[in-house]
Design a protein around this ligand. Sequence first.
Ligand code: KMH
Ligand code: ZN
Length: 302
Amino acid sequence: MGNKVILTAAVTGAVHIPSMSPYLPVTPDRIIEEAVAANRAGAAVVHLHARDPKDGRPSSDTALMKYITDGVRAQCGVVVGITTGGAIGMGIQERLASVPVCRAELASCNAGSVNFCFSGIADKISQPLYDWELPFVKNTYTVPFANTFKDIEDYIRVMADHGTKPEFEVYEVGMISNIAYFMKKGLLKAPVYLQFVTGVMGGIPATVDNLLFLVNTARQVLGEGNFVWSCAAAGRNQFDIAATAIVLGGNVRVGLEDNLYISKGQLAQSNAEPVAKMARIAHELGREVATPEEARQMLGLK
Ligand code: KMH
Ligand code: ZN
């Protein structure tokens, strides 16, 4: 298994808005289709958010999230991960509510508070499709993404009670120490799963040096063998940083949550496209993609 790479498809997220791409999946059925197709293209894991089918706004509706996770599981064996980050502006309990309902194998667990700003999108959209879009993105200039120690502890406990493993979203290097704190407290079993989310405005920039810094810090703070890591890069550095992660022996997340483009100026027409591109790059670099079953073993899922 040592050589296998887990590809995660982050299918829709809660950053990009429908006006940015006609290919961003919004309805539950489209999200399901995209997740299943991403699995066929090589994704062992999918990371799922829900959106309101009427207008594509990020949604915390647990019935929607359950419909999506059940739909994906009915059609393929991919490892299903759900968001607990939700969208900027959602409440802490609101973001957590799908964990007991969906009982997914993985759920994101945001490892600290950070500014998470994408208000600049508003400058690029002159004719938004929906009224909610520009106020939503502009709001991220003033509202932080709060994840206190108490919040993180509550999330870890609720996930443990429902058979869900936390995927720690790490936006800044100091957040690795937050995870170490919960390991020392006995709330987490090794290996913990880290997703380095680079390139968010407010978090660590997506550079090769920073990725090395994150990986080396995790080795020092958590101890080699106590963690599995993956890397996502928001925006145009997605593929460069993902290729670097593959060379460094890590795992990779791509998908329309993080980047709407497949290459400079060219929109990706599906999540399967960036997944297939990463699978090709991994193959060329001598690493094959993990199956969902192999990913389960590597992540210590039951
Ligand atoms: N939408 C972002 C605020 C997660 O899924 O946990 C956070 C996010 C991370 O997407
Ligand atoms: Zn997400």
